[in-house]
Design a protein around this ligand. Structure first.
Ligand code: NAD
Length: 480
């Protein structure tokens, strides 16, 4: 470990952020925060309680009428100040994500810090636009903020997932109570430092840290929360939908994925494999949109496996603060164990090891798993069907485009996907046939203004851009 990069002391946070102030929690319990690259404890946060949630929701409710009445341009000015305050903390954010999640610093600066700043910037512009109105016959159709939003976020992109909810909710005129993941809560505290500096009106956005079963459930079940916006696993999403259904509250769910990367026979194979591996291993494979199934035309299959072995071998595991590190650890010992279990089962199911696997030497400390490529994976096997959330790529051959589309759609998930072909029209035609919320053709870049979300068990609703703001609005028809 590079000691110069280690935190100067424990990053201890003792408060909640409610009604515009740092306040004491109702109880004194604390949750430790671990550095997954070493197993050392690097921080501590308070364990919120249902009483803390009730207090924060009441603050958000009290702030709602004033925030709704605030002119769009003024709301945009608040978000602009928040952007400035957050951007000033960019280095600290990247280092904090490296400490609490293990993302290599370079990647943490680009994706974990740069992306949420870009999304927040886009929301400044969208907040300035009044909600669209239209006339349908004798009706005036207006859009209004839905009310108080409960936001529950995961650990894998700790700031991005928070900003992708908080910023559009505020832009739409909603007020928010946030519960970040207890595994990576320190980044959310930096956001609230920025909220304080930006001087957002009290109660417009509130922070209650804590565990899912205690704080998350209390927030999802609170009768005064109008919409629960959740990102995380499909199992937790199902639980949250049940809790919200009891009072017919709205939910927006961004859940898991098992996305397919279709490489057609005429594709630029070297690029498709290189970009495909980079996507599958991004953030140590802890990315909901990761293309974790690589589908390759039989004519190019052996060639692709050779390229994959070389590409996977180039991913150096290690200290997130070392500039040469390309792959950090997994977030926790439990996550690393789960991922190793998936690899073991896949080998038992008959998959062929192309790279990585259980015998590769690993750093002595931390929750590392070797980047692993498994070929001849059966499309119905557990590895092809279950979300692994680690650096594990399943390779599956196909004979023709119809078979490739059938394999890709043979999933209970429908979040993302990719198609590669020298014939862009043919690739687009395949993209239209995929039952997923996102598809990238020939490496098309991530667009922070495009709607983001899933089909099937990958979720309900959309985030980002104008669609993401509309997620936080109700629709009213006024007849005259
Ligand atoms: P998780 O479901 O375990 O936890 C997510 C959040 O929910 C955390 O804040 C957690 O404390 C909370 N939570 C846990 N149990 C709860 C309960 N019973 N009631 C209320 N809240 C509860 O997910 P995770 O392990 O943090 O994240 C990994 C998962 O997130 C993966 O499945 C991944 O695909 C998914 N994910 C999806 C997207 C997307 O946009 N579709 C993005 C990132 C991650």
């Amino acid at each position: 470990m590079d000691l110069a990069a280690a935190p100067p002391a424990l990053l201890v946070r003792r408060h909640l952020h409610v009604a515009g102030a740092w306040v004491d929690p109702t109880e004194g319990d604390a949750i430790p925060v671990e550095n997954p690259a070493t197993g050392d404890i690097v921080g501590q946060i308070p364990a919120g309680t249902p009483a803390d949630v009730a207090r924060a929701v009441a603050a958000a409710r009290a702030a709602f009428p004033g925030w709704v009445a605030t002119a769009p341009a003024e709301r945009a000015a608040h978000l602009d100040r928040l952007h400035t305050a957050l951007a000033a903390r960019a280095d600290e954010i990247a280092r904090t994500v490296a400490w609490e999640l293990g993302t290599p610093l370079k990647l943490a600066a680009r994706v974990q810090t740069g992306l949420p700043l870009t999304v927040l910037r886009s929301m400044v512009e969208l907040a300035a636009r009044p909600a669209a109105e239209e006339t349908v016959g004798n009706s005036l159709i207006v859009r209004e903020p839905v009310g108080v939003v409960g936001a529950i976020t995961p650990w894998n992109y700790p700031l991005h997932q928070v900003v992708a909810k908080v910023a559009p909710a505020l832009a739409a005129g909603c007020t928010v109570v946030l519960k970040p993941s207890e595994l990576t809560p320190l980044t959310a505290y930096l956001l609230f430092d920025a909220v304080t500096e930006a001087g957002l009106p009290p109660g417009v956005v509130n922070l209650v840290p804590g565990t899912g079963p205690v704080v998350g459930e209390a927030l999802a079940a609170d009768p005064d929360v109008d919409l629960v916006s959740f990102t995380g696993s499909t199992a937790t999403g199902r639980r949250i939908a049940h809790l919200a259904a009891d009072r017919i509250a709205r939910v927006a769910l961004e859940l898991g994925g098992k996305s397919a990367n279709l490489i057609l026979a005429d594709a630029d194979l070297a690029t498709a494999v290189k970009v495909g591996v980079g996507n599958a291993f991004l953030n140590s494979g802890q990315t909901c949109t990761a293309w974790t199934r690589m589908l390759v035309h039989r004519d190019r299959y052996d060639e692709a496996l050779d390229l994959l072995a070389t590409a996977a071998g180039g991913y150096r595991l290690g200290d997130p603060f070392d500039q040469a590190t390309r792959l950090g650890p997994l977030v926790s010992a439990a996550q690393a164990e789960r991922v190793r279990g998936h690899v073991g089962r896949a080998l038992a199911d008959g998959a062929r090891l192309v790279a990585g696997g259980p015998d590769v030497p690993l750093p002595p400390r931390g929750h590392f798993v070797a980047p692993t490529v498994l070929a001849d994976v059966h499309p119905d096997s557990a590895l092809a069907q279950e979300e692994v959330f680690g650096p594990v790529l399943a390779v599956i051959p196909f004979a023709d485009t119809d078979e490739a589309v059938a394999i890709a759609n043979n999933s209970r998930y429908g979040l993302a996907g990719a198609v590669w072909s020298a014939d862009e029209e043919a690739a687009l035609a395949v993209a239209r046939r995929l039952r997923t919320g996102q598809v990238d053709v020939n490496g098309g870049g991530f667009n922070p203004l495009a709607p983001f979300g899933g089909y099937k068990q990958s979720g309900l609703g959309r985030e980002l851009g104008a669609y993401g703001v509309d997620e936080f609005r109700e629709i009213k028809a006024i007849q005259r």
